[in-house]
Design a protein around this ligand. Structure first.
Ligand code: FES
Ligand code: FES
Length: 168
């Protein structure tokens, strides 16, 4: 028996402990928004948020779910989705739930990603090669988010002064 929270609702399921979350979602719960692509952790079609982290659900055994918080595409509510529509990102659509879960997690961590940041983070594969549209949509979604706080250099102390190194 494994207990976890899925899209804000408590779940208690009797599944073999080595069952991947992907199949828990699709076969046991009938939630087919999370897609099966490769089954070996490569394509990202099965991406969900596991305790806030984007994870490939085909690689997450049920035994690892105990006490966790899982969010799937069915419950995603993020500015990136509007940008996806405006930029007509989906083509066949197969990879897109995973792409959206990954993109939302990126913007939650980095509200002003560069092209390089996007390319490094978005490792999900798309057979329709929507990569340019994905980039454009992420930039558009980022532009709707508040400016990030400027980073305070480490050498500044709490009072906003230098640590005195090199001063008389
Ligand atoms: S189906 Fe999970 S990474 Fe491809
Ligand atoms: S939109 Fe077709 S595989 Fe990505």
């Amino acid at each position: 028996m494994v207990e976890f929270t899925l899209n804000g609702e408590a779940q208690k399921l009797d599944v073999p402990p080595d069952t991947p979350l992907l199949w828990v979602l699709r076969d046991h719960l009938g939630m087919t928004g999370t897609r099966f692509g490769c089954g070996i952790g490569q394509c990202g079609a099965c991406t969900v948020h596991f305790n806030g982290q984007p994870m490939r659900s085909c690689q997450l055994p049920a035994a690892a779910l105990a006490g966790s918080q899982i969010t799937t595409i069915e419950a995603l509510s993020h500015v990136v989705q509007e940008a996806w529509l405006e930029h007509q990102v989906p083509q066949c659509g197969y990879c897109q739930s995973g792409q959206l879960m990954a993109a939302a997690a990126l913007l939650d961590r980095n509200p002003r990603p560069s092209d390089d940041d996007i390319d490094a983070w978005m490792t999900n594969l798309c057979r329709c090669a929507t990569y340019q549209r994905i980039r454009s949509a992420i930039h558009a979604a980022a532009a709707t988010l508040p400016e990030p706080e400027p980073e305070v250099p480490e050498e500044l102390d709490d009072a906003g002064e230098t640590d005195g190194e090199g001063e008389e």
